[in-house]
Design a protein around this ligand. Structure first.
Ligand code: MG
Length: 256
């Protein structure tokens, strides 16, 4: 099932499920018991929103060997975790703003895991039951600030630096899916999730040994090789086989 979050005519956000190009309402929460309404709303007549409103965005650094190599660093011996703030989220079609403090913003297309239930101390066997589904995210990064600060909070944490969507797919196998990133129609990144250093269930179990995972939290699983710059006017498309594509325009942040 494909779960979306959307608004009609600027109204309050609602959850729905997709059947081809029609939406049915989800009555109740997709993270608890719910009923599916008849799919009768035209997809093209609504505004898609980020399908999640996480309490935290857990990210994993250097989880593909080829990406670690392009930055001339080793892959970590245990997963390298960091956080992005929920305020960094934008939905499908949402604009990524380039802040004035940075001269080098880069794209990182990533598979995102959506947590379905509150959990702690999972192991790779029990982790699967804690997952609601999967979506696409981009771990947009101010590379110059990431390097300058040492800590990654600023470089990874600006508003709009975490596009997410277009929907949550509950039937998805993360073992071997192609992740791609295009900028203005030019292919920049392509890799397979099979090349992750730490696979999804191991990452979820590891994160849950540190912090309680809440329904709607997302975990970004790292980016394949080919990261590169984003500039004003770019059109960013992050896509994953089986999960659709996530489109976001890139613009300079207007002066304040
Ligand atoms: Mg990343």
């Amino acid at each position: 099932m494909q779960i979306i979050r959307f608004s009609q005519a600027g109204g309050a956000p609602q959850y729905g499920w997709l059947l081809d190009d029609k939406i049915g309402l989800i009555e109740g929460s997709p993270f608890a018991a719910f009923r599916r309404g008849e799919a009768a709303i035209e997809l093209e007549k609504v505004d898609l929103l980020s399908p999640v409103e996480p309490s935290k965005i857990i990210c994993v650094g250097r989880n593909y060997v080829a990406h670690a190599q392009e930055h001339d660093v080793d892959v970590p011996e245990v997963p390298l975790l960091f956080l992005k703030p929920p305020s960094s989220i934008v939905g499908p079609g949402g604009t990524i703003f380039l802040p004035p403090q940075t001269q080098r913003v880069e794209h990182e297309a990533e598979l995102a895991v959506v947590i379905g239930q509150r959990s702690r101390w999972l192991n790779p066997e029990t982790a699967k039951a804690a997952i609601l589904g999967y979506t696409i995210a981009n771990d947009v990064t101010a590379r110059d600030l990431q390097r300058r600060d040492g800590q990654w909070t600023r470089g990874k944490g600006f508003d709009t630096f975490c596009p997410v969507g277009p929907w949550i797919e509950t039937d998805f196998d993360p073992a071997d899916a192609v992740v791609t990133c295009n900028v203005n129609g030019e292919l920049r990144q392509m890799g397979s999730t099979r090349d992750m250093v730490f696979p999804v269930l191991q990452l979820i179990a590891y994160a849950s040994s540190v912090m309680t995972l809440e329904p709607g939290d997302i975990l970004l699983t790292g980016t394949p090789a080919g990261v590169g710059p984003l500039v004003d006017g770019d059109e960013l498309v992050s896509s994953i086989e089986g999960l659709g594509e996530l489109r976001n325009p890139v613009r300079a942040e207007p002066p304040h």
